[in-house]
Design a protein around this ligand. Sequence first.
Ligand code: NAD
Length: 245
Amino acid sequence: MGLLDGKVALITGGARGMGAAHVRLFLEEGARVVFGDVLDEEGKALAEESGATYVHHDVTSLQDWGRAVATATELHGKLDVLVNNAGILKFRRILDMSPEDFDRVIDVNLKGTWLGVKSVIDPMKAAGRGAIVNISSIEGFIGAEGLSAYSASKFGIRGVTKSAARELAKFKIRVNSVHPGAINTAMALDPDIMAEVDAETFMKSMVIKRFAKPVEVSHLVAFLASDRASYCTGSEFTVDGGLLT
Ligand code: NAD
């Protein structure tokens, strides 16, 4: 038996990185999965290989949200899990960052998450239950040089998560946030960051002295999406190898 047997999940930003790991693990755990992204080529390739359904889905577009949710409910009859995973990072110090770049990071990471919560309430009410997992970051707890917009967006996700948890409990919808540390994906290996951060020194500051594999985050996300997390809502779960310790 899988942890997510019978669940229908929508995962954003699922074409690569952690999102793709969530897609694969959710399938392994018995869920039926629809995932979206703006990277159509990668998304279609993953869909073909895995058996999940890919939909072009820009999380800043309410219209795209409507299409993604409709794809899940029309194909599978319901929607009971949302993983708000899509995100972008622009490494720029405040003096060097344009207001447009700041807006873009907030739009994708924070407003995209809020639009997702808003878009799944009706189908989850119809399903009689739901679980929403919002991917924040350890930068949702601390600041970092060059990451003012990213960090602000990830702090903001905590507010959306806690407010939504309070609003939606009456519909049996649970809402939690996950805060990864350093995970081995294209985002963590961003060339602008790599040019400034000495990976070896950074690694020495960790308790578990390595970057995580994306699937090490997926296991926590799958738990929170599952009925085993039935008493967890409005909570913040760190998966950072002790980085914040
Ligand atoms: P990634 O860049 O590999 O994946 C992000 C995915 O989101 C990509 O597939 C990208 O195309 C997609 N995306 C970007 N803009 C989008 C949009 N407007 N609409 C839909 N999809 C969009 O990075 P990742 O590391 O896998 O990041 C996944 C999540 O984890 C992000 O929210 C990120 O902020 C968070 N995170 C990452 C790390 C890390 O160390 N990698 C740490 C903490 C949190």
